[in-house]
Unconditional design. Structure first.
Length: 362
């Protein structure tokens, strides 16, 4: 074989050993595995698909041959023949939120134990984006789907039903659909009642986005209802909705201070928001918890290490992920499951809350 090289507009024809210019060898196929193992291609297919009825020695020979050849099974072709992709989809509102990271991690752990792969997507608290991401996963043949919350695009459940796969919702409870979660209103009301019992009467809220977010909206509702039951109100100037993050918490507390006398306690939608509020309070010379008690939400890894350590509502995200994985695995394998699994959140008391420095009038 001869090769042509160009160098400084001069062309040279060189004799080159045949093997150097040999094209790259093709990827091994099932026929190659069968030939090396001394079995039929049908036996190779049964082994790789996990079918029963293959002798142990033949199964071992096929697996050894596949490993020696670097054979990778064609998952798409197998999915077409078996109608199983062995993958499960998940769409979460915010991939950076620690609670969702935890739930995805534990969810994936359960799926991996059962032989499934997780494919996750971020929706950014946008129902149109959630629909788009979920549709992408459905069209690629996922065997199950995990969602967050009970508010979704009107077309989403129709598309899930059309594909005939099981779905489970997380982080909230639903009267109609399979779910693993907790009562968001009740958990937030527990925090409000704790502050009232400490003697607080002016209690504020800094939450993240509430639009199309049944978790955030329910928590604010729960706080307002707890206050009303004790003869108190959530003042409009103390009810702040902001973007997520530490910066959002600082901005939310600034807005509160601009509205008049500040509350003596605030409940925040996330621990990051709470951290931001604490930073802003200190920047303005306020003591936490002497002048301002603060409660977060999620019990992030950093919450016990803040100064003061953060009182927060602990969401058992890892348990929710495990239970959601168990639910989908059982349904994908045709086993019965309960429709609703409730894993209650709990109030974790730390040093960021205390009785108000001075008694306030009811």
């Amino acid at each position: 074989m001869r090769a042509v090289f160009a160098e400084e507009s001069r062309i040279s024809v060189l004799d080159v050993p045949e093997e150097i210019l040999e094209p790259l060898s093709r990827s091994p196929v099932a026929r190659d595995v069968a030939h090396r193992a001394g079995v039929s291609t049908a036996t190779v297919s049964r082994v790789l698909n996990g079918s029963a009825g293959v002798r142990a020695d033949k199964r071992e020979a096929v697996m050894r041959a596949a490993q020696d050849l670097g054979f990778v099974a064609n998952g798409a072709a197998r999915a077409l023949s078996t109608r199983r992709f062995m993958a499960v989809g998940a769409v979460v509102p915010n991939i950076e939120n620690e609670a969702f990271v935890r739930v995805l991690s534990s969810f994936q752990e359960r799926l991996r134990q059962a032989g499934y792969t997780l494919v996750a997507a971020n929706a950014g608290y946008d129902l149109e984006d959630e629909l788009r991401e979920a549709t992408f996963l459905l069209e690629r043949g996922v065997d199950g789907l995990m969602l967050v919350g009970d508010i979704h695009h009107p077309d989403l459940h129709t598309r899930i039903a059309r594909h005939g796969i099981p779905m489970v919702q997380t982080f909230s409870l639903s009267r109609e659909r399979p779910c693993v979660g907790f009562d968001n209103a009740a958990s937030a009301a527990r925090a409000a009642n704790y502050l009232i019992d400490l003697g607080h009467r002016r209690i504020g809220v800094i939450s993240g986005l509430r639009k199309d977010n049944d978790r955030g909206g329910a928590r604010v509702t729960g706080i307002a209802q707890a206050l009303a039951a004790r003869g108190l109100t959530l003042a409009p100037e103390h009810d702040i909705e902001i973007s997520y993050g530490i910066g959002g918490g600082r901005d939310g507390f600034r807005q509160m201070l601009a509205g008049g006398p500040p509350p003596t306690a605030i409940i925040c939608g996330t621990d990051q928001i709470a951290f931001g509020a604490m930073i802003e309070a200190r920047a303005r010379g306020l003591d936490v918890p002497g002048d301002l008690s603060v409660i977060g939400h999620n019990d992030s890894d950093f919450a016990p290490f803040l100064d003061p350590a953060l009182t927060t509502i602990r969401i058992h995200s890892a348990e929710i992920g495990h239970a959601a994985g168990d639910h989908l695995i059982a349904r994908m394998q045709g086993r019965p499951v309960v429709r609703l699994t409730q894993i209650d959140a709990e109030l974790i008391l730390r040093a960021s809350t205390a009785p108000p420095r001075k008694p306030t009038l009811d």
